[in-house]
Ligand binder design. Structure first.
Ligand code: SF4
Ligand code: SF4
Length: 481
């Protein structure tokens, strides 16, 4: 193996700007500005991991709406009923703090992973990457490998070219419509939706939304691809703020690879290990040359790692000229035992957020109670010298089954509830329940006495929810006391 330690011509000391001189007759290695990216399909260890994860993600997205739980779609955002069903749990708008916590926890978890593994989310789990690679795979199947696709691009229009392009766009279109349906199926029951869409029986608005998301998918995964990552995704811009010297990112080992240059197999040379085959650029979905150093366009997909390892094997060199390295590892610095401050900080923040979610979920009640006092009249005097106040109780059954409830007020020696105390409320129903409470004015502690309403499931007193309000009586009685 050649052992060339000479520095590349553009490497300078750390406090100066790195400059690479490109001769005028040499085209730039960054092909984005020159041609449309025709990514070469790559096989290898990291591509196997990525394909498996992306396939799992796509299948999960498509199939989740078909899973049922308790006779209804397990995951459904029912916008009309303003409910989110998640495997037997119903979340109402007032419960959406839980969703906010979940998003915050997910963000911290993402930051935590990013500090350690760089943009591994972008490369392996981001839907943009999954759909882009899926559409690129379809393109590769229909139009052939990269060389054939480049030739087809340049070829004049013919029946063969037209047929290939038509087939590709039809398959892309079908994949996009299925994606649009799958997305809307999280808002409208999936079985009805697919049937209605494919039998052209869906309502105007449902069809409009499906076609809108289908169009977005088609344009995004078929045409825009890396442009989304380069120009639209904010994560690409701020992810480097999370990096530290121990973050593993796809990196070219310049000290080992330079000076690059072509050679024959087994040929003795003073060059570095990079044979300048350009494969790492050809397989890159964002069209960059990782040999130019860390770039925000790199989504850490590992395609160049697999491509370069293939070349290294052919030339009998050791693998990982391009690999998942940290800056410190390349400099030979030791890794801190517990990770960096950022790593520990994001980890602690994620754990705290998961604890908050657990506490929030645990404190959540399946009964919602709101007590509204009659605003027309403070109190009424009855013929038996009692005073009565009127209230409207708004009781919601937040579960997905019909439930039986018991209504009560505290201090039953003082307050008498004149209403049926056992109620039946259907799943998800909000009951407006007018009640009257009577009290002996002589027993009241003042013109205004606190009263607590409670509602619990029959036989489950631990489910009780309470709300305190006021009971009003005559003022003169209070002042005489
Ligand atoms: S440089 Fe390598 S890891 Fe980065 S996007 Fe391109 S192929 Fe993927
Ligand atoms: S794939 Fe490896 S050997 Fe080929 S150009 Fe890229 S870094 Fe050099």
């Amino acid at each position: 193996m050649p052992d060339n330690k000479s520095k590349p011509e553009y490497q300078t000391s750390s406090n100066t700007i790195a400059i690479k001189q490109i001769p005028v007759d040499q085209p730039p290695s960054d092909k984005r500005s020159v041609t449309k990216i025709q990514m070469k399909q790559q096989k290898g260890r990291f591509q196997k991991i990525r394909t498996t994860m992306n396939t799992g993600l796509v299948l999960l997205f498509l199939l989740l709406p078909f899973i049922t739980h308790g006779g209804r779609q397990a995951i459904l955002f029912d916008l009309e009923a303003q409910q989110f069903f998640f495997f037997g749990t119903s979340l109402w708008p007032q419960d959406f703090t839980v969703l906010a916590w979940v998003f915050i926890a997910a963000a911290f978890l993402l930051f935590f992973v990013t500090v350690f593994w760089g943009r591994v989310w972008c490369g392996y789990l981001c839907p943009q990457t999954a759909w882009t690679f899926m559409f690129a795979w379809i393109e590769n199947r229909v139009e052939g490998n990269r060389t054939k696709r480049l030739a087809l691009d340049k070829a004049p229009w013919s029946t063969d070219k037209l047929l290939k392009r038509l087939t590709k766009h039809l398959i892309w279109g079908l994949a996009a419509v299925i994606t649009g349906c799958a997305f809307i199926a999280y808002f409208i029951p999936a079985r009805e939706l697919y049937l209605d869409i494919f039998t052209f029986n869906a309502s105007f608005w449902v069809s409009a939304w499906v076609w809108f998301f289908a169009l977005c998918t088609y344009l995004n995964a078929g045409w825009m691809r890396e442009q989304m990552c380069l120009h639209c995704c904010p994560y690409a811009r701020f992810q480097s703020a999370m990096f530290d010297g121990n973050t593993k990112t796809v990196t070219y080992d310049a000290a080992r690879g330079e000076s690059r240059g072509p050679r024959k197999r087994k040929q003795e040379t003073k060059l570095g290990d990079c044979i300048d085959c350009n494969l790492c650029v050809d397989v890159c979905p964002t069209g960059i040359d990782i040999r130019n150093g860390l770039q925000y366009e790199c989504i850490n997909c590992g395609a160049c790692v697999d491509a370069c390892n293939e070349t290294m094997e052919i030339f009998g060199y050791r693998p990982n000229l391009i690999g998942y390295f940290s800056e410190n590892a390349l400099k030979g610095k030791p890794k801190p035992i517990f990770g960096s401050t950022k790593f520990i900080g994001y980890g602690i923040a994620a754990v705290i957020m998961f604890i908050v979610i657990a506490i929030d979920m645990n404190g959540r009640s399946d009964i919602q109670l709101n007590v509204i006092r009659d605003r027309q009249q403070l109190y009424r005097e009855t013929t038996d010298d009692m005073v009565e106040n009127s209230y409207t109780l708004k009781i919601r059954n937040k579960t997905q089954q019909t439930r039986y409830y018991r209504l009560s007020v505290d201090n039953p020696e003082l307050f008498t509830l004149s209403a049926k105390q056992e109620l039946v409320i259907k799943a998800g129903e909000l009951l407006d329940y007018p009640v009257t409470v009577k009290a002996n004015p002589l027993m009241l502690s003042g013109a205004q006495s606190p009263i607590i309403f409670s509602v619990s499931e029959v036989g489950h007193s631990e489910t009780a929810v309470y709300q305190e309000t006021n009971f009003f009586g005559p003022i003169f009685l209070a002042s005489c006391r």
